[in-house]
Write a protein that binds this ligand. Structure first.
Ligand SMILES: Nc1ncnc2c1ncn2[C@@H]1O[C@H](COP(=O)(O)OP(=O)(O)OP(=O)(O)O)[C@@H](O)[C@H]1O
Ligand code: SF4
Ligand SMILES: [Mg+2]
Length: 343
C-alpha cells in the first residue's frame, strides 16, 4: 500500500436512525480518510456525530434503529458495509481497535482482567488460537507492562471493580493495543477520569502510538491535545464534515465560521458545549435545517446558505478544505452577498 493510499476511506456516508416519531438524519454524506501511520483528530460539539461515525466504521451501530442509506467505508480497500461476519471479526480483531470513553462499560465485571485480556489476544488471529496458555499469559503480562501497570500478575487475577478508573483505562488501552491493530480509534479516552489521570492516559497513548507507528483517530473535546498529538484534523458539525486541514494550519488559520467559534470557546468546550463561543445549539436531526446546517447559528449566513448545502472548497491548497460558501470564487461570493442585500 503506497503512502498515499488511505488505510481508511469513508465516502459520502449517511447514517439515519428510525425512531418513534420519525427519522433522525444524523450523518449527512460525510467524507473522511486516514493515511497509514497518520494521526487524525476529530472534533466537534457534543451530539455532532463523532461516535456514530466510529461505530459505523466498526459496524457496531444497532440496526434497527440505524440505517445507512448511502456511502462506502473502505478499510484497506474493502467495503466494511459489505463484509462477511468472518471478515468483520478479523477486522475488529487485528485491523481496528477502539478505546471507549468509559473504561467501566468496556470491561465485563464478572471476569478477571486476565480472562478478558487473554480472550482478546487469543481471538486476535488464527496464529494466536494455536498459542499455549502460558504463551498467551506472557503476552497478557507484556500488554499490562506496556501501559505502565506494575505487578501484572496480581492485576491479571483482579476483577475490574478492584482497580481505580485510571488503571481500568490503562487496561483498556493495553487490551486495544495487545492485538497490534493497524488503526486505533480513541473516542475521548479518559474523559470519565479526573484531569490529571486523563492527562497521563493521553500521554501514554501518545507514546505508545508513536513507538508503534499506528494510524490513529483521536476524538477529544480538549483542543490542546488535538494540537499536540495529531497531524490532521476534521471538524464536524451536526453530521457534516465542515473543515479539514493539517493540524498546524487549522489552529493558525481556521476557515469555517464554526471552527472559528470552536477555537474561541476552547476553555469551555468540555463543559456544556460551546454556548459561550457560538450562541445556539446543534439543530434537531428530525428536521435539520435545509442548506448549510450551521446557518441558524452562523454570523456570516447569506440567503444561499438557507437554500443549498455548501460543497467543499479548497483553501490555499488541497490539504485544507472547507464546506462554506464564503470560500467559493470571489465573484460568486460577491453575488451571494449582494443577494443578501437585495432581500
Ligand atoms: N442508537 C441511537 N438511536 C437514536 N439516536 C442515536 C443513536 N445513537 C446516536 N444517536 C444520535 O446521534 C446523534 C449523534 O450522537 P453521537 O454520539 O455520534 O455524538 P458525538 O459527537 O459522539 O457526541 P459526544 O461528544 O457527546 O460524544 C445524537 O443526536 C444521538 O442522540
Ligand atoms: S455556508 Fe453560509 S451559513 Fe454555512 S458556515 Fe458558510 S457562511 Fe455560514
Ligand atoms: Mg461521542
Amino acid at each position: 500500500m503506497s503512502a498515499q493510499t488511505p488505510i481508511l476511506d469513508i465516502k459520502n456516508l449517511s447514517v439515519h436512525f428510525r425512531v418513534y416519531g420519525g427519522v433522525l438524519k444524523v450523518l449527512d454524506g460525510i467524507d473522511f480518510h486516514v493515511f497509514p501511520g497518520e494521526k487524525v483528530g476529530l472534533v466537534g460539539e457534543t451530539g455532532c456525530g463523532k461516535t456514530t461515525t466510529m461505530k459505523a466504521i466498526l459496524r457496531v451501530l444497532p440496526t434497527p434503529p440505524a440505517v445507512i442509506p448511502n456511502g462506502e467505508i473502505l478499510f484497506k480497500g474493502q467495503n466494511v458495509l459489505k463484509m462477511s461476519e468472518r471478515k468483520l471479526l478479523d477486522m475488529r480483531g487485528q485491523g481496528i481497535s477502539m478505546i471507549f470513553q468509559d473504561p467501566t462499560s468496556a470491561l465485563n465485571p464478572v471476569f478477571t482482567i486476565g480472562q478478558q485480556l487473554e480472550a482478546v489476544i487469543r481471538h486476535a488471529s488464527p496464529q494466536n488460537h494455536r498459542l499455549s496458555r502460558s504463551a498467551i499469559e506472557q503476552r497478557a503480562r507484556l500488554a499490562l507492562r506496556e501501559v505502565a501497570l506494575a505487578d501484572p500478575d496480581r492485576l491479571l487475577n483482579s476483577y475490574p471493580i478492584q482497580l481505580s478508573g485510571g488503571m481500568r483505562q490503562r487496561v483498556c488501552i493495553g487490551m486495544a493495543l495487545s492485538t497490534d491493530p493497524e488503526l486505533l480509534i480513541a473516542d475521548e479516552p479518559g474523559t470519565a477520569l479526573d484531569v490529571t489521570i486523563q492527562d497521563q492516559v493521553l500521554r501514554l497513548l501518545q507514546r505508545l502510538v508513536d513507538e508503534k507507528q499506528k494510524s490513529v483517530i483521536l476524538i477529544t473535546h480538549t483542543l490542546g491535545i488535538v494540537r499536540q498529538t495529531t497531524d490532521r484534523v476534521y471538524v464536524m458539525y451536526a453530521g457534516n464534515m465542515v473543515e479539514v486541514a493539517p493540524t498546524k494550519r487549522l489552529f493558525a488559520k481556521p476557515a469555517h465560521p464554526y471552527t472559528q467559534g470552536l477555537m474561541a470557546a476552547v476553555p469551555r468546550l468540555s463543559g456544556g458545549g460551546i454556548s459561550e463561543g457560538i450562541p445556539g445549539r446543534i439543530p434537531s436531526y428530525m428536521n435539520p435545517p435545509v442548506g448549510c446546517r450551521f446557518h441558524t447559528r452562523c454570523p456570516y449566513a447569506m440567503p444561499v446558505c438557507e437554500r443549498l448545502k455548501p460543497p467543499v472548497f479548497t483553501v490555499d491548497d488541497e490539504a485544507h478544505q472547507v464546506a462554506c460558501f464564503l470560500y467559493d470564487a470571489p465573484d460568486k461570493v460577491q453575488a451571494y452577498k449582494q443577494e443578501q442585500v437585495a432581500v
